[in-house]
Design a protein around this ligand. Sequence first.
Ligand SMILES: [Mg+2]
Length: 369
Amino acid sequence: MSDLPAVERVDSAVYTVPTDAPEADGTAAWDSTTLVLVTVRCGEVTGLGYTYAPAAAARTVDDLLAPAVTGLSALDVPRANEAMQRAVRNAGLPGIAAEAVSAVDIALWDAKARLLGLPLVDLLGAARDEVPVYGSGGFTTYDAERQDRQLRGWVAEEGIPRVKIKIGESWGSREAHDLARVARARASIGDAAELYVDANGGYGAKQAVRVAAGLDGEGVTWFEEPVSSDHLDALAAVRGRVMADVTAGEYGYTLPYFRHMLAAGAVDCLQADVTRCGGITVWLRVAALALSHGLEISGHCAPAAHAHAAASVPNLRHLEWFHDHVRIERLLFDGAPSPRGGALVPGRDGSPGLGLRLDAERARPFRIS
Ligand SMILES: [Mg+2]
């Protein structure tokens, strides 16, 4: 296989896409989303990866990561991942550097699959055909009509039988309003669909337990970041006292982060984000860690980047079909996936790699560097 190409060059580009309405969760608000795109050139093939991160991640790719992986075999993705992690030692891996590493890692996996002419899921090896998704949005900035329209769209029109809304509004200061919105969400989707909530760490521990009692009445089965995922003891304490599954992990940038979270007994289902945790290489290791604790993993956001990896792990629960990212991936990429019957089937059409192609024409107005 030594005649297969090396990584010849690595390039970055940055796109900022305005949201279609003001958006907020319990602890943050935003009106645009930035995607850092990475392309790697290996012979006749170009691999594509990305992360949702500040433009500084692109600078990290250009200055620190491109020199670390250029010239390495395009087949040896774990070797390149390790070289990148070493290259950012003094910059600090957790955060922007890990997002940059993730984008390059995803591009390298895409390139390798393209070199071999395989959908990425076939290169990784499938553990399942279907990747269940859950509709995710329900921002605290939405009025009742917009929330209702979004949730009905997923459940009634697209056939996705699970949805998630944001609660913990204004750092947990609007509990009654949170519960009223959850009740409206249940009314919108009916009794059959699963209803999830995400507080983004907006509540205190005792407050989260009180809120959970209200959530039980609406049949909420997923309570994401009821308290900050920085506080594993508090997360574990809440987990021990509520009915819904407690989940976290979206801010995991290193493998040991997930080990600590699991060792603390902090979650019922581990979340991990392939565009943050170190790419597909590390995401698969995180899934194995979860499996070793008898737990499932759920992919956080960036559905087009997760789909193939998600299909390759046996302990997948589902993948987040996040409103913003679905919109951006459909805008920027040809080949962005769409669920049928509430699930993606990555690789079905036989397209090599992730099956994505940048639509440069559509993307151009959003490019900022
Ligand atoms: Mg979340």
